[in-house]
Design a protein around this ligand. Structure first.
Ligand SMILES: [Zn+2]
Length: 278
């Protein structure tokens, strides 16, 4: 069934676990993720990253995502990740998405509040949830020594209050894509943010973290964990060998992608404690 972000994350108030948000690229990815959630009986979020909106046929893939969400036997939220413009947010809302992220993290603090608040007002008027971001979750270039990269607990409190966002992405030392070196997360900061903020908290840049890191993040207050890179790495690692071996090439490739994504999603969801919820 299709639900919004607020509904899908509300399960974390009953039991402590992390809801998985998996970005995808095609129907096979989304089918694989939903297969995993149905097998484990947990709520799930399927997403598409804003940087792929113009590369994919967005309206077509949106129809597919919403169809799959409605058909699923578990709650599924359909989410736009890292939107930087109102234009793409409106496209997603028009297409039937139930959740959008506005990433104003590169804006000045006051400007981020102002624009996020506007988007929350529009989205909430049609039942769509909003995720905001404070701090910088970079792409392999996180400067661990620069305090400006991290989410400041006092700013998080003010941001959540003034914007009324449903969820907030925080920067505690994670990066998008593949890590250079070992990640070092600031759990003290996370727990301080958790104390000050009522809305749900989101961890970006989850691919590449250890099982222990994930568990600790959830323990310290993360409700939603974003994964994309680890799905694509699993497909990249397993598909070429499969192609060499199979004779029934074309249909089998699509089935294989669905299966690889399913298994990788199951692996992650189990770490997040995301099973036997529904
Ligand atoms: Zn992200």
């Amino acid at each position: 069934m299709l639900v919004n972000l607020n509904e899908v994350l509300s399960y974390t108030k009953v039991k402590k676990f992390g809801v998985g948000m998996f970005n995808g690229l095609s129907a096979d990815f989304y089918e694989g993720v939903i297969d995993a959630a149905e097998q484990l009986r947990c709520p799930i979020i399927i997403g598409v990253a804003d940087r792929f909106v113009d590369r994919l046929d967005f309206e077509m893939i949106a129809e597919v995502m919403i169809f799959l969400a409605k058909r699923a036997s578990v709650p599924v939220c359909v989410h736009l990740d890292h939107a930087k413009s109102l234009k793409n947010i409106m496209r997603a809302i028009k297409a039937g998405f139930t959740s959008v992220m506005f990433d104003g993290s590169s804006l000045q603090f006051e400007e981020n509040i102002k624009r996020t608040k506007e988007i929350v007002e529009i989205a909430h008027s049609v039942g769509v949830s909003v995720e905001g971001e404070l701090g910088v979750v970079g792409r392999g270039d996180f400067d661990f020594k620069n305090p400006e990269f991290y989410t400041k607990p006092n700013e998080a409190e003010e941001f959540a209050q003034k914007t009324n966002v449903d969820a907030l992405a925080v920067s505690i030392g994670t990066v998008h894509g593949v890590y250079k070196g070992k990640p070092k997360l600031d759990f003290e900061r996370l727990s301080e943010i958790r104390k000050r903020v009522d809305c749900y908290l989101v961890l970006h840049g989850g691919s590449g973290l250890s099982d222990e890191d994930f568990k600790k993040c959830i323990e310290y207050g993360i409700n939603k964990v974003n994964i994309f890179t680890d799905l694509t790495l699993a497909v990249n690692a397993q598909l070429p060998e499969f192609i060499k071996q199979t004779e029934d090439l074309t249909p089998a490739i699509f089935e294989k992608i669905r299966e690889i994504v399913k298994q990788e999603a199951i692996k992650k969801l189990k770490i997040f404690g995301s099973y036997n919820i529904i």
